[in-house]
Design a protein around this ligand. Structure first.
Ligand SMILES: C[S@@+](CC[C@H](N)C(=O)[O-])C[C@H]1O[C@@H](n2cnc3c(N)ncnc32)[C@H](O)[C@@H]1O
Length: 391
């Protein structure tokens, strides 16, 4: 999602609301730039020595490191500010979203029925999202990803996701101009320059930020996108229409989609895997392979929160979101070997690549898992390049 994009579906804050949102942004930036870096110091100066004094050794697991860190006042303070800033963020965004909701629902109804609409929305009233997404509002998002939709008009999930996501991401230092889809597309162009997908699928599209970006960047490609909840998808569709791009949204589980075998040249996901269970993630790997046409590519991007190579205290610090920010699958993803799971799903080891990819703007990087489905000349080429790069 490009965070400086304005469109009709965006909840527009009043001056006072904007001031409150900016305060939250400043608090989150203070947390990320001053308080969280201080946790390393709290570990070295307080938590580790105290644990050593008591046990005669360093903490040897994430759990022990977490218990040790909890004894450091700075860590408890940073944790508290983290939680409070997240609650304040949703409260500040919620003022705007709920005040704007009537306008947003009416706009969505009009955009979806417009004779000039370019994409589509296919909802399945019989679809039952995994109950965990109703029971647990992920990252504390009010009403969660799949709120009730009794009148068939709800857009609240998408409105919260986009407005909250903007604040959250910028609070973590992300540039307004960064685009996850743009970062993956840049990697694709650099590593598979001849690859021209005719049809693609964005799994776990949420408010459709990345889906719309793909559609804008690849006008020749038919772009499809799926997610679990009607409220999220209705917003995503209206948002894409407001931006004038064609995306075909559908309510479906990425682990078992209704599309036929080999239907897509490109399957992508953005920040999906840290929000699904291990079993689901493995099933999505298999579904990616099934959905790809020969020569197709699966590109699954997420945040780089993998624990590999991290010390116990770093794992403990990263486990914050699992414990206090309603991220029940954080640890499943942080400890997984998704490249190996892609191979278990049937991709050839030499056709799987993983690594950091640059952001389009701002500091830091994303993490990408890429898998090619060979079987024709184009696929062989994709595999060759992945192999060359892995070597
Ligand atoms: C962090 S959001 C993804 C963000 C989005 N791709 C973007 O770039 O802005 C994760 C999304 O995945 C969806 N999701 C979770 N499990 C899913 C599944 N099995 N099938 C489809 N979507 C799923 C959630 O409903 C949620 O909207």
């Amino acid at each position: 999602m490009v965070y400086n994009l304005y469109h009709e579906m965006l909840a527009r804050p009043t001056g006072d609301e904007l001031a409150r949102q900016r305060f939250v942004l400043a608090l989150k930036r203070h947390l990320m730039s001053r308080l969280r870096p201080g946790v390393a110091v709290a570990w070295e100066m307080v938590a580790r020595p105290a644990f050593r004094a008591m046990h005669g050794r360093d903490p040897s697991s994430r759990e022990e490191a977490e218990a040790a860190l909890d004894e450091a006042a700075h860590y408890r303070y940073a944790k508290a500010i983290n939680r409070i800033s997240q609650e304040m963020m949703w409260q500040a965004v919620g003022e705007t979203v709920y005040r704007e909701l009537d306008r947003l629902e009416s706009a969505a109804t009009r955009l979806a029925a417009s004779s000039t609409r370019r994409g589509s929305l296919t909802l399945d009233p019989a679809f039952a999202p995994d109950p965990v997404y109703q029971a647990v509002p992920i990252h504390l998002q009010p009403e969660g990803y799949c709120p009730p939709d009794p009148d068939g008009r709800s857009v609240v999930a998408g409105a919260f996701y986009e407005s909250g996501g903007r604040l959250y991401s910028m609070g973590r230092g992300m540039a307004r101009e960064d685009s996850k889809a743009g970062a993956v597309l840049a990697w694709l162009r650099a590593h598979h320059p001849g690859f021209r997908p005719r049809r693609m699928l964005d799994m776990g599209c949420s408010a459709g930020g990345a889906s719309a970006a793909w559609a804008a960047a690849l006008p020749e490609c038919e772009v499809h996108a799926i997610d679990l909840g009607s409220s999220m998808l209705r917003y995503a569709h209206a948002r894409a229409e407001a931006l004038g791009v064609a995306v075909h949204f559908r309510q479906a589980d990425a682990a078992a989609t209704p599309y036929p075998d080999g239907h897509f040249d490109l399957v992508v996901s953005h920040n999906l895997f840290h929000e699904v269970s291990s079993a689901k993630r493995r099933a999505i790997a298999g579904e990616s392979l099934r959905l790809l046409a020969p020569g197709g590519l699966a590109l699954h991007q997420d945040v780089d929160l993998l624990f590999r190579g991290k010390e116990a205290w770093e794992e403990a610090e990263r486990a914050y979101d699992l414990r206090y920010n309603n991220e029940p699958f954080w640890l499943d993803y942080a400890t997984c070997d998704f490249a190996a799971e892609l191979v278990e799903a049937g991709f050839a080891p030499e056709d799987v690549w993983e690594g950091r990819i640059g952001k389009t703007a701002g500091p830091g990087h994303w993490y990408l898992f890429a898998a090619a489905k060979p079987a024709c000349a184009a696929a062989g080429e994709a595999g060759d390049r992945a192999r060359a790069e892995a070597a």
